[in-house]
Design a protein around this ligand. Sequence first.
Ligand code: SPD
Length: 281
Amino acid sequence: MPLWYDEVHEDKLRFGLRCERTLFMGESAFQKIAVIETTAFGRALLLDEMWMTSEADEYIYHELIAHTALAVAPSIQRVLIIGGGDGGTAREVLSHPEVARVDLVEIDAMVVAASREHLPTIGSAWDDPRLHVTIGDGIAYVREAAAPPYDVVIVDGSDPVGPAVGLFDASFYAGCKRLLGPRGVFITQSESPIVNKNVHLAMIRTIAATFGEAHPLYATVPLYPSGSWSWTWASNGGSVDRFAVVAERAARIEARSKYWTREMQRATFALPNHIKMALGR
Ligand code: SPD
């Protein structure tokens, strides 16, 4: 009998992948962690039985969350990643030579250890000397850190359950804004506009109230519930044009990316009409 792993979404939808072998199974103080070799999507990470990333489609998520911010931020020397324990976002951020330092704050040491060991193609930049990993609570970090301002803050968290609930809170976004310089750029994953529509809209409204603007972007990530996924971008006080890509950076990203292009930077920000109407835009 083949073994299948399913993410069951709110007891009404599920996405399953056939498993070739289980590479890691553990339970930390925060969550259940599994790394599976799947037949269709290569190696994949689950947290609390929810799919987080897979070798087959991770590039879509990681390129969009990293480069949508880094292609336009006026400066990209100092970058903060909250979450991102699989290493994929850090890999993309560190592909920019102008990045001098990345602070990655991940709550769960077991996620980092399991990813380092079993997902080496996703987290291929762990040994980059510019990367500084802190195992700790990202919510407390953005509330308390006395760090010099960041140029870019990226929230690569999981869904609003367990340790990630606070990543969807107004006080958390205020903390992220506090850590950004005056022309800093913020981006977060912001759930499915189809099956998490209320959470998604609430995030956009809360981020807009905090930053003065909030622009969702959309793409398909087959691993996630419904496949329809979003991220939300904002600049500190609305000070940066999200379409004004830095040409040299854009050309460099396009030379190695599988998904991000200058056209994508523009296209993913197009709003479906149901979202446009819900936001009154
Ligand atoms: N429902 C899945 C949401 C996952 C968001 N984070 C993914 C982590 C990839 N680095």
